[in-house]
Each structure stands twice: as C-alpha cells, then as structure tokens.
Design a binder for this molecule. Structure first.
Ligand code: TRP
Length: 317
C-alpha cells in the first residue's frame, strides 16, 4: 500500500458527494461547493472582470428601469429573495419601491443570513427585515410582517436559475409561483443566448480568475475531504453546448494520473473531464415557454440595448 499525506477529513458530506461524482462516468463534482470563503471572494472578482458581462449588465438594466419595475410591483409589497441579500441589487430595489412592507431573505447559511439582515435592518429601519434560515427545497413558512402587505414578490436575480437543469428550473419556477400566491409575482434575472465567443470569454477570462474559481473545488477537496489533487495537473475549460443551450464548465486532467480522497484512489486518463457546472442561457421565447410550463406568464421584460441579459416579471396565469 502506497503511503501518502493528506489533511484529515473535516467535511463528510463533501467527501461523500465528491466520491459519488468522481467514481461515476462521466466524472462530475457538485457546483454547490464553489462558494466557500475563497470561492465567494473569487466570484466577487469574476463579477468585476471585463469579460463577465452578467452582473454589470443586470445592474445597468436595473438602473435604467427601476422606476418601471417599482411601478409594476406596486405599493406595500412583501419581497422574498432566495439568497441572503448582501448585495447592491436588493438595496437598489428596496430603495425604489413604494413603502415595501417587508423583505424576507431566505438562505441556508443562518450565520451569513443573520449578518446581512442586521446590516440591512440598520440601513433600512423603515422596512421589516425578516430573515428565514431554510433550505429552499423544503416547504417554507414565510414570516408575516406586522405591516399590511398587498402582494408577495419573489426576487431571484443573478441568473442563478440558469445553473439548474431545465427540469429543476421548471420545478423551481413552480415553487416560486406558489410562494408568490395569486396576486403575487416573480422578478427574475435571466441571462440570454448570444454570440458564443462572448459567452466563452465570460467563462474563461484572460486573467485566469475563472480558472482559479473552478480549481478551488479541488483545493477544497484537498483541505476538507482528505484529497491529494495536484492543482497544476488540471486545467479549466468552458464550452458552449449549443444543443443544450448551456455553457458547461469542466476541469480537465492534463495527463494520466491518480489522486486520492481519504485514501481512496481515483484514476484520471489524460484529457479526462470532470463536469463542474452548467450555466443555461435562454432565448426570450425559450424562457417564456419554460415559465408557461410552470404556470407563469411573462408580463414584462427589461433588457439592455444589446440584449445580453434580461430582467423579467412573471405572473401566475
Ligand atoms: N452562477 C455563475 C454563472 O453561471 C457561476 C459562474 C461564473 C461559474 N463563472 C463560473 C461557475 C465559472 C463555474 C465556473 O454565471
């Protein structure tokens, strides 16, 4: 038996998920592990990259259309967001709204949620901030604000829905519809299909930050799941899959090699791929079809002049 050194396993769930993904065929790793502290910092850097258009384009659309968006939502809305609302987008929205009744951020990380909610409550003392620590796959009991509210609007920016495969995206839209209720709505950021060269550059920047972000998965396996991956022997690849309408991210083994997770050997062929994430891009008509399947109608779309990105307002049929 070969003797090798690895850090002790501190994250059993990560170890189990990674072993399942890396012993399967084709190999994959779950994208939910991108966002540890290092990953979150790298993603912030990605959002600033000249090639990564989604964040700045969504903000520009918001800036240009905030008045219209706020009118569409109307007064005294209860805003529910999946994610903990640390960002600039929720602040812009809350500031533009007519007497919002409450803001309910939902996040699985209770700690992060509490931190961000305290910060928001200090900035917006006139809005009830009611954080809900929950897994959004579970059934949710939304907190009731003290103030009267006219409607519930589910806010899901960042085109995060694009990271779900279509069947899951449809199910998630149906969930959001249920939460919004009969006179509610969904306000969602959706990235659009475009010249594949623009897409590929956005997911493979020249400064190499995206590569670092992707490789951070292996760094986490080394630090938390008893891994001994050689990070220099894997490289980042982003590919446009036109049949799927998705950018797909991979880590590619640069040569034939073996790595271990908690002592279990894993074999990689030269050029073998580990699938790490999908980022689905929609056409306006393709997304309208998906929402219809979830019982939601697109009642308004805001885009930038180049139609790179969209913010869409969805209402129950
Ligand atoms: N949600 C982001 C997106 O799809 C995540 C992301 C950006 C990403 N760049 C990446 C994921 C590179 C993996 C690799 O736009």
């Amino acid at each position: 038996m070969l003797d090798f050194q690895h850090a002790p396993v501190s994250n059993l769930e990560l170890l189990d998920d990674a072993l399942a993904g890396l012993t399967g065929q084709p190999k994959s790793l779950p994208c939910k592990y991108f966002y540890d502290a290092t990953g979150a910092k790298l993603f912030e850097q990605i959002c600033e990259l000249p090639e990564y258009y989604p964040t700045r384009t969504e903000l520009a659309i918001m800036a240009a259309s905030l008045g219209e968006i706020a009118r569409r939502i109307g007064p005294q809305a209860r805003i529910v967001e999946f994610g903990s609302g640390e960002g600039i987008k929720i602040r812009r929205l809350l500031e533009a709204l007519d007497r919002p009744a409450a803001y309910i951020p939902i996040d699985i990380s209770a700690e992060q949620l509490a931190l961000n909610a305290t910060q928001l409550a200090a900035e917006y003392p006139y809005i009830e901030i009611l954080p809900l620590a929950a897994d959004y796959h579970a059934d949710l009991q939304l907190p009731k604000p003290q103030a009267d509210y006219h409607s519930t609007v589910v806010y899901f920016p960042g085109s995060t829905l694009g990271n779900f495969p279509p069947a899951e995206a449809r199910a998630f839209l149906a969930r959001m519809k249920r939460i919004a209720g009969e006179n509610g709505a969904v306000l969602i950021g959706i990235d659009l299909q475009k010249d594949p060269a623009i897409l590929k550059a956005a997911y493979n920047d020249s400064a190499g930050i995206t590569a670092q972000f992707n490789l951070n998965l292996l760094a986490r396996l080394n630090a938390e799941a008893g891994g001994d991956f050689n990070l220099d022997a894997f490289s980042h690849l982003a590919e446009w899959n036109s049949a799927e309408g998705a950018i797909e991210m991979f880590l590619i083994s640069q040569r034939e090699q073996q790595a271990h997770l908690n002592g279990q050997p894993l074999q990689f062929a030269a050029g073998e791929r580990i699938h790490t994430e999908h980022s689905y891009k929609y056409t306006l008509s393709g997304f309208a079809k998906l929402t219809a399947e979830a019982g939601l109608t697109v009642s308004q779309v805001w885009t930038d002049p180049e139609e790179l990105f969209s913010i869409q307002y969805l209402e129950p049929e």
